[in-house]
Design a binder for this molecule. Structure first.
Ligand SMILES: *[C@@H]1O[C@H](CO)[C@@H](O)[C@H](O)[C@H]1NC(C)=O
Ligand SMILES: *[C@@H]1O[C@H](CO)[C@@H](O)[C@H](O)[C@H]1NC(C)=O
Ligand SMILES: *[C@@H]1O[C@H](CO)[C@@H](O)[C@H](O)[C@H]1NC(C)=O
Ligand SMILES: *[C@@H]1O[C@H](CO)[C@@H](O)[C@H](O)[C@H]1NC(C)=O
Ligand SMILES: *[C@@H]1O[C@H](CO)[C@@H](O)[C@H](O)[C@H]1NC(C)=O
Ligand SMILES: *[C@@H]1O[C@H](CO)[C@@H](O)[C@H](O)[C@H]1NC(C)=O
Ligand SMILES: *[C@@H]1O[C@H](CO)[C@@H](O)[C@H](O)[C@H]1NC(C)=O
Ligand SMILES: *[C@@H]1O[C@H](CO)[C@@H](O)[C@H](O)[C@H]1NC(C)=O
Ligand SMILES: *[C@@H]1O[C@H](CO)[C@@H](O)[C@H](O)[C@H]1NC(C)=O
Ligand SMILES: *[C@@H]1O[C@H](CO)[C@@H](O)[C@H](O)[C@H]1NC(C)=O
Ligand SMILES: *[C@@H]1O[C@H](CO)[C@@H](O)[C@H](O)[C@H]1NC(C)=O
Ligand SMILES: *[C@@H]1O[C@H](CO)[C@@H](O)[C@H](O)[C@H]1NC(C)=O
Length: 823
């Protein structure tokens, strides 16, 4: 072919579609062998019938070139007498007429000259993957009566599709689709009546064309008896009639209409398309249940009804679809069991099922024995359902299985070696449970799993795996991610753990794992340098175990890629070594609730430019607050409370525009509250300084913290009066606002990690909130030496949940309206 792209279109990310397009194109070439198009060296040199290109066609090509912009010079060969020996131009070798113009991906734009009409014998026109900058499709394309193939896709045309295209009575292939996103200019149509002029059409793609007001689209599509492939994805279609008096487009093989807004159930007439291979109604607001009748479409290979509001059961009849390769029903409200479907499928002489994705529904029951007949399964995903039965051992026969996701269900069973007997290809295994310990994994201590060479990701959250540490993990040569959170292990971490050097994610939190923390200093024998222990580890959760020992002095080089490090709630002692500052990619550092002591590294924190969340609370840390940590501009949440820090707050401060929460409570800090607190943290929501020895007045600059929701400066030695401007705390003056939540700006990176943050208030009260929970609004000034009257302005803070002014020396009357606050 003479088009500009020598390789597959670069922006075509829909692999499957691409594949189909190719196939379709190939089959077109078979259908129309007379579309033979050949480059000549020159029309002039042909022996036999001497034909050259017609003057009028040559002139037309010259005009076309003039109209186009051609920044990359793709059309530079368009010159001279011979029109046939040009980029993208093909002539009939008998008549010399230009029969093909293929300018796909030529980076052209500009105008399509009306002279195009002079190429009267054009059969094939491809202007796809160019940039016509929102221009309309020219009406005169409708006069190219011999066109069989017209592709204007991906070329930034917009406006109404000219009904003149309905004059192209020989057209077999029409692509007007566009997949770059809704924000680009779009084509639209108010009616598709012109389709009735295209009885030969086999392929029609109007992806992303705005068909909102095209109510009768189906009637016109139904007039296309040869149509094999119909793509109407993201067309803003609303109308999907449930019945058709006569189904005429029975040649249909592929029907793809994802991303529309039908708000109706699956229509009845689909069952009358006996040749259908693919049905895609994903994300189209389909409601109601899956009709039994779909089970009559025995050719069906791909069924995608995911991301809708479908309820009811998976009908048994779907099990009649012996040719089905993909069943995608995820994110619906489907209930009942999947047993009938697999029981029925097991009666097929043979089945082709490769992908079953039914996650995020309301499915109950067990995984049936008949599942073992689907021996071609590659991906089986029933995660996030309500399955509460057992898991058949036959699952171990699925020797092609790549990914098995049974997560977030309520299975009650004991899983053994035989469940995994032949799962040699398994790469992803997720048995995480929604109910604690109802799923038990019981295997021999010398088990070597069949998937030991291939498994990359293992997740057994909330399963009963312990009490011994699972020794079979040692055999997983290529493991990348392990999650054993809350899996009932009370054991010592085995020595071989260090051999899993390929790990990127490790979560063994919420167990009773004891022994020294899993770090080992190893030396390369040849060059005597330390070796990274986990060179690829990015996420490490050891939270809530019984690990002891201290952080290794060279921690920075053991895990050079660490992003998230949570070792909270263990028994780690010793100090925090300064090599922690070599973890330059670190974003989350949580070492709270341990027995860490000594001083923090003073100067090196500035090297941790990504550090956003630091929690070192509830330790025995002492010394002055390191200003290189306090001043770190990437910080969003800082918690150093319940330690033995002393000294004053740093005296100067840069803008700390990201800081949302700073909790320094329950330490031995002293000195005045510096006025920069008011300007230094423009976005701060939580400020906890209680139970220290701060003296002096409350700086009125505090009042400019308009996002502040929790201010706790109780149990200090503050004097003077409450600044009148306290009424200006905007966030507290609102009962609720959209910004009441707190969270890390990049938390999406770690979807499995829900932050539980807490602020300790005076007198041991604790406010817990996760990144999605609303904050309580609190002002606590109790246990100070404050005096004067209680300003009326405080009554403006109607959003406050807690206002504690007790144990001070206030005079005068308590403002009347203060009773209206929810104290
Ligand atoms: C076409 O053929 C004529 C006569 O054979 C010759 O004079 C002329 O140079 C040829 N033109 C090209 C472009 O080959
Ligand atoms: C025209 O093309 C056809 C198909 O390739 C070929 O069989 C025929 O020989 C060609 N005719 C000439 C005159 O080159
Ligand atoms: C082509 O279609 C348009 C609109 O449908 C119509 O007005 C016009 O007469 C047609 N032209 C020809 C040559 O059939
Ligand atoms: C689609 O077309 C309708 C009517 O022509 C228009 O109201 C709507 O805004 C369009 N939608 C988009 C996303 O362009
Ligand atoms: C079926 O389609 C053909 C071709 O468009 C048309 O002639 C015929 O009237 C249609 N039949 C019905 C019942 O709509
Ligand atoms: C679902 O379809 C809507 C258009 O109706 C689109 O905006 C949205 O991005 C689609 N969602 C997904 C996940 O494809
Ligand atoms: C899902 O189905 C249940 C009944 O099975 C119903 O109570 C619930 O409202 C449905 N949810 C949605 C989002 O349709
Ligand atoms: C599973 O849940 C269903 C519906 O809540 C219940 O009727 C059934 O008894 C449960 N089965 C088991 C084995 O717990
Ligand atoms: C596992 O596969 C082997 C070879 O394909 C076969 O002989 C054996 O019966 C299978 N075992 C199970 C439990 O399916
Ligand atoms: C050990 O050091 C030698 C010499 O510097 C080096 O070639 C080798 O790759 C190192 N081994 C490891 C595992 O880093
Ligand atoms: C702090 O930020 C505010 C608002 O972005 C700006 O007006 C002010 O100049 C900044 N101060 C410093 C010291 O950068
Ligand atoms: C807050 O969370 C901590 C740790 O999870 C827990 O010990 C404490 O009881 C919680 N406090 C409240 C008020 O829920």
């Amino acid at each position: 072919m003479g088009d500009c792209s020598s390789q597959p279109p670069p922006l075509f990310n829909h692999d499957f579609l691409h594949h189909v397009l190719l196939l379709l194109f190939l089959s077109l070439m078979l259908l129309f062998p007379h579309l033979q198009m050949h480059h000549f060296a020159s029309c002039n040199t042909t022996s036999g019938e001497h034909v050259g290109c017609l003057d009028v066609e040559r002139e037309a090509l010259i005009d076309l070139k003039k109209g186009f912009t051609d920044p990359s010079g793709r059309l530079s060969s368009w010159q001279g007498q011979d029109c046939c020996n040009r980029e993208g131009v093909e002539c009939n070798n008998k008549t010399g007429h230009v029969v093909e113009l293929d300018l796909k991906s030529c980076m052209i734009g500009g105008e399509i000259s009306p002279s195009l009409q002079q190429l009267k014998y054009l059969q094939y026109l491809d202007l796809s993957e160019n940039d016509f900058d929102g221009k309309n499709i020219p009406k005169f394309i409708g006069s190219l009566m011999h066109l069989r193939y017209l592709d204007l896709s991906q070329s930034f045309f917009s406006g109404t599709i000219p009904p003149h295209l309905g004059n192209l009575s020989s057209l077999s292939y029409l692509d007007l689709g566009f997949y770059y996103g809704i924000s680009s200019p779009r084509l639209m149509a108010d009616s598709l009546h012109w389709l009735s002029g295209l009885p030969s059409l086999t392929y029609l793609n109007m992806g992303n064309v705005n068909l909102t007001i095209t109510y009768d689209w189906l009637d016109h599509v139904n007039m296309l008896p040869n149509l094999q492939e119909l793509w109407l994805g993201d067309c803003e279609l609303h109308n999907l009639p449930s019945s058709l008096s006569f189904v005429n487009f029975t040649s249909l093989l592929n029907l793809r209409m994802p991303g529309n807004n039908f708000y109706t159930s699956i229509p009845q007439w689909l069952a009358k398309l006996p040749k259908l291979l693919e049905l895609d109604l994903k994300n189209s607001s389909i409601q109601g249940f899956i009709s039994d009748a779909l089970g009559t479409l025995t050719s069906l290979q791909h069924l995608d009804l995911s991301m809708n509001q479908i309820d009811g059961k998976i009908p048994r009849s779907l099990g009649n679809l012996c040719n089905l390769k993909e069943l995608r029903l995820f994110s619906n409200n489907i209930s009942g069991e999947i047993t009938d479907f697999f029981d029925e499928l097991s009666k097929c002489p043979d089945n082709s099922l490769e992908y079953v994705l039914v996650d995020e529904n309301q499915i109950t029951g067990s995984l049936p024995d008949s599942l073992g007949f689907a021996t071609n399964l590659n991906t089986f995903s029933v995660g996030r359902n309500r399955m509460n039965g057992t898991i058949a051992k036959s699952i171990g026969k699925l020797s092609q299985l790549d990914s098995l996701d049974l997560s977030s269900n309520f299975f009650k069973d004991v899983v053994t070696e035989s469940h995994f007997a032949n799962l040699t290809k398994l790469r992803v295994l997720d048995l995480s449970s929604a109910s604690e310990k109802s799923l038990v994994l019981r295997v021999n201590s010398n088990w070597v799993p069949s998937f030991s060479d291939n498994l990359r990701s293992l997740s057994l959250i909330n399963c009963q795996v312990g009490p011994s540490f699972p020794s079979w993990i040692r055999a997983l040569r290529n493991i990348y991610s392990i999650s054993l959170k809350n899996s009932g292990i009370s054991d010592t971490l085995p020595d071989w753990f260090w051999e899993l050097s390929g790990l990127s994610v490790l979560d063994i939190s919420f167990n009773q794992i004891n022994g020294r923390i899993p770090f080992e200093h190893r030396i390369n024998q040849s060059d005597n340098l330390s070796l990274p222990q986990f060179p690829n580890l990015s996420t490490l959760f050891l939270t809530r175990n019984m690990l002891s020992g201290s952080l290794p002095l060279n921690i920075g080089m053991l895990m050079p890629r660490l992003l998230v490090f949570d070792l909270s709630m263990n028994k780690i002692n010793g100090s925090i070594p300064s090599s922690i500052c070599e973890l330059t990619q670190l974003r989350v550092l949580v070492l709270s609730d341990n027995e860490l002591s000594g001083e923090l590294p003073q100067w090196c924190w500035k090297y941790l430019q990504q550090l956003a969340y630091v929690d070192l609370g509830y330790n025995l840390l002492t010394g002055k607050l390191p200003s290189s940590l306090i001043l770190l501009s990437s910080l969003e949440i800082l918690k150093l409370s319940n330690n033995k820090f002393y000294g004053e707050l740093p005296s100067s401060f840069e803008n700390h525009t990201k800081l949302q929460s700073m909790d320094l409570g329950e330490n031995g800090l002293s000195g005045i509250l510096p006025s920069w607190i008011g300007s230094g943290f423009p976005l701060i929501k939580v400020l906890g300084l209680h139970s220290n020895h701060f003296t002096g007045k409350i700086p009125s600059q505090l009042c400019s913290l308009s996002h502040l929701q929790v201010l706790d400066i109780g149990q200090n030695e503050l004097q003077g009066s409450i600044p009148r401007c306290f009424g200006n705390f905007n966030a507290m003056a609102m009962v609720q606002s959209d910004t009441d939540t707190i969270g890390l700006s990049w938390i999406g990176v770690f979807t499995s990690y829900t932050l539980v943050l807490s602020v300790t208030l005076s007198k041991g009260r604790e406010l817990n909130f996760t990144n999605n929970l609303r904050l309580l609004k609190t002002v606590d000034l109790s246990y100070n030496n404050l005096s004067g009257d209680i300003p009326q302005e405080l009554t403006k803070l109607v959003g406050l949940n807690i206002l504690n002014l007790s144990m001070n020396h206030f005079e005068g009357t308590i403002p009347e309206k203060i009773g209206k606050l929810k104290v």
